[in-house]
Design a protein around this ligand. Structure first.
Ligand SMILES: NC(=[NH2+])NCCC[C@H]1O[C@@H](n2cnc3c(N)ncnc32)[C@H](O)[C@@H]1O
Length: 431
């Protein structure tokens, strides 16, 4: 990032304005003339002194701020939710085929309905984001609810109507083609069931063919919470009832070899000057759908963030932080961390056993697989070493389906008494 001194020599770039901007990320001032701020803060920019540094004000304090951390106010950004692209991606069968083909995922929801079928008798259920309606059909065919509201915003809802009739559930299941937040319903519901989870729990990554194979992100959990607050009866059940993000320090020799070491000797030629470019291109963002080999786990995994879906609030989603402390259980190479999620479904029966969908490396593989966060360089580790730190999921204040994940860590070698300096790496998803 440009230093202040270079900036002051470029007065010609100066541009006097008075415009509000939103901070995308936290910024900690490194000098008295700079102004610190947090993600989501509104800053009043008075002068774009040069391309990289602007003179701004926040709550009566003035200082230089890095322009890269700022974005025009959200109302200037059309469609911060990118709903048109998002829902269009679900209008074709491709993504529904992928989800329905995911046996552990779909079978878990079927098991939830089967094991609660007695308690579901006479209940009103909402299936939020029902897609083709498979969960609603499980309810209609395997239990005797009073009513099932199958809510789907994309055009796949036309097919869902037909599937409900074909499977003789139209006496119980009603399809609403609507964004769930915009619904007007005849009654509140006893159970709100939804399959909203994503690769890093909160954000699912879609390859949008509608948008020319560009990546799109879901952030469906906000819709689930808003609908819960409006339509779930007091004491009603959320399925999943809770969700947790798990993390483990891991090896990734294949990825490091194929993307980094690859350039060292290419047909007898030295391409190693491309390694910094490769690092930026391949390791600066999370690697989704990574199949983590259990033998590449260097420690036992731990749950770093747990969400109680009955009490979690939308504002909690802006920034979620979890701490971790791993003891390395066998010598190896620490290439980074792998993450995945688990969801839990409380029983409607008092004392009934909860059900779990675990998408980790030790469970049957799902379409999400795991997510790999690669460090810039590998770290040799020995049994007994310790890796401590924190993971932060910071939602993008502008692009509401986007977030960034920052991992901070320190190492303590087994014979040392103190931890190393803190290392930190931010992985944007996507802006
Ligand atoms: N686990 C995930 N990563 N996604 C699986 C569920 C996605 C389904 O929910 C629909 N959907 C998503 N958000 C909404 C919403 N707010 N209202 C209605 N349908 C929705 C979406 O169109 C798609 O059919």
């Amino acid at each position: 990032m440009l230093e202040m001194s270079e900036c002051e020599n470029t007065q010609t770039d100066s541009n006097i304005i008075t415009e509000e901007f939103i901070a995308l990320e936290d910024f900690s001032a490194t000098g008295a003339e700079q102004l610190s701020f947090s993600a989501g803060d509104t800053l009043l920019v008075h002068e774009q002194v040069c391309a990289d540094w602007w003179w701004a004000e926040r709550s009566g304090c003035f200082g230089y701020v890095p322009s890269a951390f700022l974005h025009r106010r959200v109302e200037d950004v059309e469609d911060a939710w990118q709903d048109e692209e998002y829902f269009s991606s679900y209008g074709t069968l491709k993504l529904h085929l992928e989800m329905l083909s995911d046996r552990p995922r779909t079978e878990t929801y079927r098991q939830v309905i089967v094991s609660n079928c007695a308690a579901l008798r006479g209940k009103v259920v909402m299936d939020l984001g029902c897609g083709t309606g498979v969960i609603s059909l499980f309810c209609g065919r395997l239990a005797q609810p009073a009513a099932v509201y199958a809510v789907e915003a994309s055009s796949v809802a036309e097919h869902t109507e037909k599937l409900v009739k074909l499977n003789r559930c139209d006496d119980v299941v009603t399809v609403f083609r609507s964004r769930a937040e915009d619904l007007m319903l005849p009654s509140k519901v006893d159970v709100l069931v939804s399959e909203w989870m994503g690769n890093c729990l909160l954000v699912d990554v879609l390859v949008s063919e509608w948008m020319g194979n560009c990546l799109l992100f879901e952030f469906m959990v906000e819709s689930v919470l808003r609908v819960r607050d409006r339509w779930l009866k007091d004491g009603g059940m959320m399925w999943p009832s809770s969700a947790s993000l798990s993390l483990v320090p891991c090896q990734a020799h294949a990825d490091y070899s194929q993307k980094m070491e690859f350039w060292e000797n290419l047909y007898g030629l030295d391409f190693s000057c491309l390694q910094p470019v490769a690092r930026e291109e391949f390791f600066s963002k999370p690697k989704f759908s990574h199949q983590l080999d259990p033998d590449d786990c260097l420690s036992s995994p731990c749950d770093v963030i747990t969400l109680d879906m009955h009490t979690l609030s939308v504002s909690d989603l802006e920034k979620l932080r979890g701490e971790f402390r791993f003891t390395i259980e066998r010598a190896g190479t620490l290439h980074g961390f792998a993450a995945w999620f688990s969801t839990f479904f409380r029983s409607l029966d008092e004392g009934g056993q909860p059900l779990e969908l675990n998408t980790g490396p030790h469970a049957e593989s799902t379409h999400w697989k795991q997510t790999l966060f690669m460090f810039d360089g590998p770290i040799g580790v020995e049994e007994g070493d310790c890796v401590g730190g924190a993971i932060t999921l910071q939602r993008n204040p502008i692009w509401r389906r986007h977030m960034s994940i920052t991992i901070e860590w320190r190492m303590k070698r087994r014979n040392d008494t103190t931890f190393s300096e803190k290392s930190s790496k931010r992985f944007p998803m996507w802006r």
